[in-house]
Design a protein around this ligand. Structure first.
Ligand code: 3HC
Ligand code: NAI
Length: 698
């Protein structure tokens, strides 16, 4: 028998224990082991019941995701589930930790389910671009009804055991050792003469309005197809006999397995875990992180302070004046009130964080004991240097000195101190207590344990940390500047900002680039254009029509007018008619005859610009791995998760095709569309970005 599943006889009950660390994923060996264990129990004279338990931290976390995309190996999970359910013995699943996906499906094929109160169950397959494929869409609605099944399966959310019990998925919730409570439950059932209870034999759930549900779920998925297909699978559970419904589920599951979305989402799943796993940090001890200093309590400083407070750290925040200090405290109070309202913290905790753990001061001496300082003052090198000079004077030896700068040279900031090895960039995203991304910007002289400390801080704050090197904009903002320019060029050439936004929302972005500019404030881009103007290459195309709007004091959402007009109390905006007039004037001035763009071409150019710049960022070593770029775009820039990230998108399209498109665009604008040397190299060698990920992991 497979060593992944142990068999032990306890009186008239057989205990079948899955032992496949870390999370008991249902690999082929586990499936075979379970099958063999059921055979053995049925052949073992005197055995009347089977208790299935998981070793370690989980019952079963689901199918083994690393097997996806490879030829399926027997025994297949749905067949195994049916085999467990059909056993003449009484089968009990005793669940602890998580029971997810195939793990819950195994439990649902048992006749009774008992779970620890702290345990969680769920069918998260939609987050992998799939649907439950081992009877989940057929058995769950038979227990919960169609509505609850749809909510659970299309959201993929984890349910705590008591909620799952209330819905009918679990029969009993009981604290204790999973094997002991499972055995006691099995004994009790045997003594009471309880019958086997196959879920598949329960009557089907009542139907609901399937087409309306399908459409609503499809719309909510913003282009993601798996949740909508899950609706069709649950529909089958109400319309077809169990075995036919199972076939329908399997067909949909296997169709989804072939999709790009499945590839993209599984790439995202593994990359999210691999991203903070840097070989160079293995065995490096991070420095202490008990107390944090934050300089500047504006948008970013207040958000960073909030995140640190919520993670249990003490925070000393420095501001410039009484008024600014009061405003900073007000911002943090607002953020914490939000956490209180959402039930993330208690009133008592809220008060302690705001009044005890937080100190707002104007005196840099208050920073003398902190372990790490994050500077978030104005984006101005002279101001930053002055602040770092002061920090150098007051902070204790070994204190990490971090800057939240968006674009500025961290090497230059570091050089303004006598301890450049302690200086690092920690680039948070706005709002800093909400957004998951943290770019850890490693400067030339940053000590390795300071880098480790940056990652440790990010982990403590629940962030996805990505290592970045120093350049203008690091990974994310540098790439953003380029694909944003590509959108600007398309406007000059004839696509409207509104068509571009719409095309990119259809591609899966949460917002289009022009709506994002309105949200961020048009004044930011305007200031950057003015700053960069003197050093601009003569061939660089930069649209200036939007500057005319800024000159009139319109900066986007905050002033009510930008690319869109925003009415108070209404969500979103409507296209601003002035924009196309301003564009037309600039086209006439430049002698451009506008042409039509298809939505497809818009997406293609935008994505090619993104991929090309990303390949330059990789080639220069600013990002170490393609997956680092993917995670930056996914967690910081609203890139659709189901594409996996721009590098994964490019691999899926085929790099040869991407390069060919870039080269064809270069015939119109050779300066902008200079192909990245790395992209050319990969195409010449027939390799992909994912090959680079794999090489780095070796
Ligand atoms: N298959 C293979 N590996 C898995 C896995 C799975 N289902 N679930 C987790 N792992 C791996 C992770 O990649 C990670 O590996 P690493 O240490 O090499 O990076 C390790 O297990 C630990 O995982 P986490 O770091 O994520 O640990 P956490 O404790 O933070 O989270 C978890 C544990 C909640 C189980 C989380 O890993 C998770 O959500 N896993 C995926 C669950 C899932 O989606 N299951 C459905 C699978 S699809 C399916 O079952 C199809 C079926 O319907 C036919
Ligand atoms: P902000 O203007 O909202 O806040 C800056 C704060 O710093 C102000 O409250 C100001 O009083 C204070 N300050 C200025 N000089 C100071 C000094 N010498 N000592 C103490 N306090 C001082 O600016 P914001 O948006 O919070 O940006 C701060 C930094 O974060 C900038 O470097 C910016 O580039 C970066 N950043 C901004 C993001 C954003 O979306 N706003 C995102 C990521 C980084």
């Amino acid at each position: 028998m497979s060593d992944k599943v142990a068999y032990e006889r306890k009186g008239d009950v057989a205990v079948v224990r899955i032992q496949n660390p870390p999370v008991n994923a249902l690999s082929q060996a586990v499936r075979q082991g379970l099958w063999d264990a059921m055979d053995r129990a049925e052949a073992d004279e005197g055995v009347r019941a089977v208790v299935i338990v998981g070793e370690g931290r989980a019952f079963i976390a689901g199918a083994d995701i690393t097997e996806f995309g490879k030829p399926p190996m027997e025994p297949h999970l749905p067949v195994l589930c049916n085999r467990i359910e059909a056993s003449p013995l009484l089968v009990v699943a005793s669940m602890h930790g998580v029971s997810l996906g195939g793990g819950l499906e195994v439990a649902l094929s048992a006749h009774y389910r008992i779970a620890q109160p702290s345990s969680r169950v769920g069918l998260p397959e939609v987050h992998l671009g799939l649907i439950p494929g081992a009877g989940g869409t057929q058995r769950v609605p038979r227990l919960t009804g169609a509505d609850k099944a749809i909510e659970m399966i299309t959201s993929g959310r984890h349910l705590k055991a008591p909620e799952a019990a209330e819905m009918g998925l679990i029969d009993r919730v009981e604290e204790g050792d999973p094997e002991a409570v499972g055995l006691a439950y099995a004994q009790e059932l045997l003594e009471s003469g309880a019958e086997r209870r196959p879920v598949s034999e329960l009557p089907p759930a009542d139907p609901i309005d399937w087409d309306a549900t399908y459409e609503a779920v499809l719309k909510k998925g913003r282009g993601q197809i798996s949740p909508a297909m899950a609706v069709r699978a649950v529909q089958a559970a109400t319309e077809l006999p169990f075995d036919k419904g199972l076939e329908r589920e399997r067909d949909i599951f296997l169709d989804l397995m072939k999709t790009d979305q499945r590839q993209g989402m599984i790439h995202a799943f593994f990359s999210e875990r691999a991203v903070s796993n840097l070989p160079e940090l293995k065995g490096v001890e991070p420095r202490a992180l008990q107390s944090i200093g934050v300089i500047g309590g504006g948008t970013m400083g207040a958000g960073i302070a909030t995140a640190c407070l919520l993670a249990g750290m003490e925070v000393v925040l420095i501001e410039m004046s009484d008024g600014a200090a009061a405003a900073a405290k007000e911002r943090i109070a607002g953020n914490l009130a939000g956490a209180l309202k959402r039930g993330k913290i208690s009133q008592e905790k809220h008060d302690a964080l705001l009044n005890v753990a937080l100190e707002v001061s104007q005196n840099y001496d208050s920073l003398k004991d902190v372990d790490l300082v994050i500077e978030a003052v104005f984006e101005d090198m002279a101001v930053k240097k002055e602040v770092f000079g002061k920090l150098d004077a007051v902070c204790k030896e070994g204190c990490v000195l971090a800057s939240n700068t968006s674009y500025l040279d961290v090497d230059e900031i570091a050089a303004s101190t006598k301890r450049p090895e302690d200086v690092i960039g920690l680039h948070f995203f706005s709002p800093a207590h909400v957004m998951k991304l943290l770019e850890v910007v490693v400067a030339d002289k940053t000590a390795i344990d300071v880098t480790a400390t940056g990652f440790a801080l990010g982990k403590a704050l629940g962030k996805i940390c990505v290592r970045a090197g120093v350049c203008d904009g690091f990974i994310g903002n540098r790439i953003l500047a380029v694909y944003r320019d590509a959108a600007g060029h398309m406007v000059l050439d004839g696509a409207s900002p509104f068509q571009i936004d719409k095309a990119l929302v259809s591609f899966g972005f949460a917002m289009g680039p022009f709506a994002v500019s309105d949200l961020a404030g048009l004044d930011i881009g305007w200031a950057t254009r003015k700053r960069k103007a003197p050093h601009r290459h003569p061939d660089e195309r930069i649209p200036t029509y939007i500057d005319r709007l800024c000159e009139q004091g319109h900066f986007g959402q905050k002033t009510g007018e930008g690319y869109y007009i925003y009415e108070k109390g209404k969500r979103g905006g409507t296209p601003n008619p002035k924009i196309m007039e301003l564009v037309k004037a600039e086209q006439e001035e430049l002698g451009i005859t506008p042409r039509d763009f298809s939505d497809e071409e818009i997406v293609r150019r935008y994505m090619c610009a993104m991929v090309n710049e990303a390949a330059k960022v990789l080639g220069e070593g600013i990002a170490k791995r393609p997956l680092d770029v993917d995670m930056v775009l996914l967690f910081g820039y609203g890139f659709p998760r189901y594409w996996g990230g721009p590098m994964k998108w490019a691999d899926i399209q085929g790099l040869e095709k991407v390069l060919a498109d870039i080269e064809s665009y270069a015939t119109e604008d050779a300066w902008f569309w200079q192909p990245a040397p790395l992209l050319k190299e990969l195409v010449a060698e027939g390799r992909t970005f994912d090959d680079l990920n794999k090489e780095y992991a070796k």
